[in-house]
Write a protein that binds this ligand. Sequence first.
Ligand code: 5GP
Ligand code: MN
Length: 343
Amino acid sequence: MPPNDLIPPSYRDGALRMAEAIREIDDVVVASHVNPDGDAVGAMAVAGHILHSMGKKFILYSGAGLPRSFSFLSLPDTVRTSLESPPLAFHSALFLDCNEPHRLGQELAGRMAGLAGVNIDHHPGRGMGSRANWIFPQAAATTQLMAYVAICLGLPLAGDIAVAVAVGLITDTGGFRHGNTDADALSLMVHLTRNGCNISRLRDILENDWTLDRMRLWAKLTSRVRLERGGTVAFCRVMSDDLLEHQCAKEDIEGLVEHLRRLRGVRVAALLLEDSRQTCKFSLRSAEGSNVLAAASALGGGGHVNAAGGTLRLAPALAESALLDAVCRQLDRESRTIPLQGN
Ligand code: 5GP
Ligand code: MN
């Protein structure tokens, strides 16, 4: 490994192990989770650039394709939306920002058995790589982990790689606002800035690209927000007709759940999105000290302590009560464990 103070001591062993694991694989499918966010796309981009620079054969895969909002990212290859007759007979895989097979999408989850898998992720979990795993929840973003791996492989964090790393850091920290914005993430961002990344410009591209339809949709949805549990829970339900009416896509409600968290006194923001008649997707965000991962896990979902989500195979009305019930139970549990003040 080149001498590099950029890799904090607690990350070194994992980064070196992953660099070694990547050296050993070839004919790789690179994939992250369904409904990819900036970190998932960024991590795929970094991985693609790493494999390309090493002369390895690879394909990038994302079942539903990438959201339009990340089309500005420069990827080393097109992203394939199907694994049927791929241009490469892949027999190894890099799973990024995801450590649950079902979150990769059915097509890839069903083909994992025969693959030499390497899994790099910052969601808590066990890891699903048959060859190697680096599951490191302290990292702010998976692109942070990928940056350290790139360094171990002798690649400079500049150009397209730097931008992809920065996009993961910016989106997963909410623009350096969330609790995962620690000194290590900031040090890495300082380095990227020195190498030409412009945070302000990237945030501008990522955040200030709304259509008027999207703004009208938010106006409608925010007018519908409800407070529950004495004002500690904010809730909003989004029906597929809302999106249709405003000619919006699912990605247009990205950020709405964080917006609900702005309300005074709210500890948990909960958003429910009707996906189909019998399926709803939910998103939860919490204030420091409240654990929405526990609430999401109780409903079969996952994520992080302050940002979690999942899918409920229920019609919207039932999904709504299941979601609010799980959130309120978790908050009740937490309020019982807070030590009483005084003597
Ligand atoms: P979002 O609410 O933005 O979709 O997701 C918030 C966090 O929860 C992200 O870290 C995301 O990966 C995770 N997450 C969302 N949906 C699911 C799910 O169905 N299962 C698991 N395990 N994690 C999820
Ligand atoms: Mn992530």
